[in-house]
Design a protein around this ligand. Structure first.
Ligand code: FES
Length: 133
């Protein structure tokens, strides 16, 4: 378990990398950090992603934050954009799920389908509370 101070160091280092890398050969991991996302637990998710990226020594990955994604009830939301591939949106993230996404999707290129948001005709099919609203 890392201390808050250690995690803050990781955050700072990762943000430095974010600011330096502007080419499109990198994978982007974007975490929704609107108020709803933070309330749903986006901060530990973001820290877990940064920690995993750092632990695995991934230098071609940008971790970024964004604001409102427009899907409060599905937060925490993480988007992964690998070079030349479609954006994949993961919903209801936890730190554990997020670490798995870094290992399996970002590193190995295997989408973790069970956490992906599936939308058909404007309805989210893997979240029935939303579908039946
Ligand atoms: S306020 Fe929650 S996604 Fe915009």
């Amino acid at each position: 378990m890392k201390t808050i101070k250690e995690l803050e160091e990781i955050r700072k280092k990762t943000l430095e990398v974010v600011n330096q890398r502007k080419d499109r050969t990198t994978t982007r991991i974007v975490v929704g950090m609107a108020t709803c996302g933070i309330a749903a637990g986006a901060r530990p998710v973001l820290l877990a992603i940064m920690d995993e990226v750092s632990k695995l020594g991934l230098t071609d990955v940008i971790v970024a934050q964004t604001g409102c994604i427009g899907l409060c009830r599905l937060e925490p939301i993480v988007e992964v954009i690998r070079p030349g591939e479609e954006k994949v949106t993961y919903i209801k993230m936890t730190p554990e799920k997020a670490r798995r996404i870094v290992k399996e999707h970002v590193v190995e290129g295997k989408v973790v389908d069970e956490y992906v948001m599936h939308v058909v005709d404007g309805k989210v099919l893997n979240d029935y509370s939303v579908q039946n609203d």
